[in-house]
Design a protein around this ligand. Structure first.
Ligand code: NAP
Length: 263
């Protein structure tokens, strides 16, 4: 097999959460471009339908399934819809996640629990549901968790989010070992990337400061992350599991340009 063919996903079925926009949409379209059929999940129907339509225009079979990853029943239905339509599942991308910034002393227990529910527990529950079906329908599979650079170094003002993403990264390492060799589990620790989650914080000044604090001197694009995701879910990375890939423009410390609050 030509080496480049190992980046293809021909005939694979990939389920991507948070596929209506941003990184999840970028992953779904990248996978579709190299032959995967995709399940696009999120809450906003028009957005997931749009991603699914785009994937079809790239030659994929695609379905859009409304799902709130915080609801177990929705996750069960998501998997059922996938198996009903495609009869198999090969790839799961736990991408939906995110928690707005909040100073630690204003972060309630409820907010902390919600951050863990959305960023870690939802991914764990969907993984638990998907792995037996990957084994049954495809003999194995691949899981990719979309984590954050915030889980790797201190990001002031994001205690709930960054602690939850650190947990997601570590869950990746544990499950990578527990499910090897049949199911690979990896994560991407994503740095600041231009999506609807970040853009509201970006005025000209903030952007310039963030770019200056980023060794590659620019923010990430959805495609930067999707290309790394493609590698990690494709046979090209078949010897890699339990790892957290850093896709972040080279940052080794926070590029969030706001100072800590004075106590
Ligand atoms: N952008 C960054 O700088 C950055 C950096 C590090 C890590 N990340 C991580 O990358 C992932 C994707 O972020 P993004 O920047 O692409 O965000 P985004 O542009 O805001 O897109 C988020 C996607 O997730 C969906 N979503 C939100 N809540 C959901 C829920 N409860 N159930 C199902 N789907 C839900 C959204 O659709 P609906 O609202 O319609 O459901 C949307 O499709 C997140 O895990 C985030 O933490 C992002």
């Amino acid at each position: 097999m030509a080496l480049l063919d190992r980046f293809k996903l021909t005939g694979k079925v990939a389920l991507i959460t948070g596929a209506g926009r941003g990184i999840g949409r970028g992953c779904a379209l990248a996978f579709a471009e190299v032959g995967a059929n995709v399940v696009c999940a999120a809450r906003t129907e028009e957005q997931i339908e749009d991603t699914a339509n785009q994937a079809r225009s790239l030659g994929a079979d695609a379905i859009a399934v409304r799902c709130d990853v915080n609801r177990r029943a929705d996750l069960e239905q998501l998997l059922e819809a996938t198996l009903r339509h495609f009869g198999r599942i090969d790839i799961l991308v736990n991408n939906a996640g995110g928690t707005p910034p909040c100073e630690a002393l204003y972060t309630s227990e409820k907010m902390f629990l919600e951050a863990f529910q959305f960023n870690v527990i939802s991914a764990f529950v969907l993984t638990r549901l998907a792995v037996p079906q990957m084994l049954r329908t495809a003999g194995g599979g691949v899981i990719l968790n979309i984590s954050s650079a915030a889980g790797r170094f201190p990001l002031v003002g994001f205690v709930a989010y960054s602690t939850a993403k650190a947990a997601l990264s570590h869950m990746t390492r544990v499950l990578g070992h527990e499910f090897a060799p049949k199911v690979r589990v990896n994560a991407i620790a994503v740095g600041a990337t231009e999506t609807s989650a970040l853009i509201p914080f970006l005025n000209e000044d903030t952007r310039a400061k963030m770019e200056a604090l980023t060794p590659m001197r620019r923010l990430g694009s959805v495609e930067d992350v999707a290309l790394a995701a493609l590698y990690l879910v494709s046979p090209a990375s078949s010897w890699i599991t339990g790892k957290v890939f850093e896709v972040d423009g080279g940052t080794e410390s926070s590029n969030w340009p706001f100072p800590p609050p004075s106590l």
